[in-house]
Design a protein around this ligand. Structure first.
Ligand SMILES: [Cu+2]
Length: 477
């Protein structure tokens, strides 16, 4: 409610106006100030001993991103302090469509030195994030967006947020142009046999009966965890015997990772901010856009530090941070491992079970979406049997079928979906907003149409999205 509406209500109802809940008044006055400021700025970080100009997203106290509490208002004044237009997407939140943060869907980019205010219910708790929905995402225009659960207040638990990224000294425009021009072998369909124009050392994955799959499109200059490489990693003081909740965000634009907790066995408790029945393990895969929450219990009797590593898919590069009990030595960790990291697959996805699954009901509308690509021309696409147009209240199922030899992390805006089938095998899986569809596999998602708009539905590999892997999930108007 706007302040003037409250004043009007007070005028009309007289003394009864005192019955207006104070929360409304607080929200009204917060509106007047435009919400808590979040600045988009330019900053310089050091990578491989060299200065790099990147973006930052910082709140008033200088910390990156936002930290809110479940049930609060997302009352934010986003200030673009840079000389370039941009737009920020609140990845994993379910705001009204105009607050989503995709250019011209429906609002234009935020101009240089311009502001935009947001005010919507933030909803439930979880590990979310924010990022530019432009090529600027490559320049680290990304930050955590943590919605704390008041029920966790009483927990004796340290929280640790890790934002992963892939970094290049080349501009994203140069990287995209390089991808589009290095493959000059014509326009043969990418059917798994046409590797001639695309083969690099990094594309060495073999599966599906020996057919080669493409793993990494770009050789980056560094892989970062909270802006730092393993040459100079973040060192996090921890307590012996303490509990740690690690929230990991894969904010890389074109790199999937396997998170490696080393000797520490963790408990995976949420994916994409949504609770799952706990899964114990030391290694968890995460594709671009995804988040995992892992609970750790540190041993009481330890003299050493514990790295948490992110291993680049199918290759040796790695990044991470180090948990350090007081007085413990920190061993030097190289930025490359001795062996290649795993290629992401779906065994964990098949094992995940949502704590709060969607209600069981048949689909009102079903769609088939083919993920298509032409590696030679570096053109990617999403082809649906019919445009995804839904009505409010529909239960919708979409089967994503990957006809290419690269994996694609598919992200739906404005909603959370449940994974309900892998390769046609039904199960009640995780509730998420981003799901990996490996080469030649299919994933079926179920989603309740409860948030009208014309929502982006796309691959979260930045250069695939920029090369055509973008579609919509639209409500009938
Ligand atoms: Cu893709």
């Amino acid at each position: 409610m706007k302040r003037r509406d409250i004043l009007k209500a007070a005028a009309v109802t007289g003394a009864a106006a005192f019955a207006i809940p104070s929360s409304y008044l607080a929200a009204a006055f917060a509106n007047q100030s435009g919400g808590q400021p979040l600045g988009i700025s330019r900053r310089t970080i050091e990578v491989n001993g060299k200065a790099a100009s990147v973006f930052g997203l910082q709140r008033a106290d200088g910390a990156p991103g936002l930290r809110l509490r479940a049930g609060e208002a997302f009352n934010v004044l986003l200030r673009n302090e840079t000389a370039e237009p941009t737009i920020i997407h609140w990845h994993g939140l379910t705001p009204p469509w105009p607050s989503d943060g995709v250019g011209d869907a429906p609002l234009p980019l935020i101009g240089a030195r311009a502001d935009r205010s947001f005010d919507f219910p933030v909803g439930g708790p979880g590990t979310f994030w924010m990022h530019a929905h432009t090529l600027q995402e490559q320049l680290l225009l990304a930050a955590p967006l943590i919605v704390a659960d008041p029920a966790d207040d009483a927990r004796d638990e340290q929280e640790l947020v890790i934002l992963l990224h892939d970094f290049s000294f080349s501009s994203p425009e140069e990287l995209l142009a390089g991808l589009q021009s290095k493959n000059t072998g014509g326009s043969m369909p990418m059917d798994g046999m046409d590797m001639s124009g695309a083969q690099t050392d990094a594309m060495a994955g073999m599966n599906h009966g020996g057919m080669a799959t493409d793993i990494n499109d770009i050789e980056y200059d560094a892989y970062l965890a909270n802006d730092r490489s393993l040459n100079d990693p973040e060192i996090v003081p921890v307590e012996r015997g303490g509990r740690v909740r690690v929230r990991i965000i894969n904010g890389a634009t074109a790199t999937a990772f396997t998170i490696d907790f080393g000797e520490l066995e963790g408990e995976l408790i949420a994916v994409d901010g949504q609770p799952v029945e706990p899964v114990r393990g030391r290694r968890f895969p995460m594709t671009m856009g995804q988040r995992i929450d892992v609970r750790l219990r540190l041993p009481r009797d330890i003299s050493s530090s514990f790295p948490i590593l992110a291993l680049r898919e199918g290759s040796k590069e790695r990044t991470g941070i180090v948990l350090r009990p007081a007085g413990a030595a920190v061993a030097k960790l190289g930025t490359a491992a001795d062996v290649d990291a795993p290629i992401l697959d779906l065994p964990l996805e098949a094992q995940l079970r949502a704590i709060a699954p969607l209600a069981s009901r048949p689909a009102d509308k079903t769609f088939e979406m083919a993920l298509t690509g032409d590696m030679a021309a570096y053109r990617w696409g999403l082809l649906t049997n019919s445009p995804i147009v839904v009505d409010p209240g529909d239960r919708v199922e979409v089967t994503l079928r990957n006809d290419t030899m690269m994996a694609h992390p598919m992200h739906l805006h404005g909603h959370r979906f449940q994974v309900v089938a892998i390769d046609g095998q039904r199960f009640q899986g995780a509730v998420r907003d981003t799901v990996l569809v490996p080469p030649m596999r299919s994933i079926t998602i179920a989603v309740d149409a409860v948030n009208p708009g014309k929502w982006a539905f796309h691959c979260h590999h930045l250069y695939h999205m920029a090369s055509g892997m973008m579609s919509t999930f639209a409500y009938r108007t």
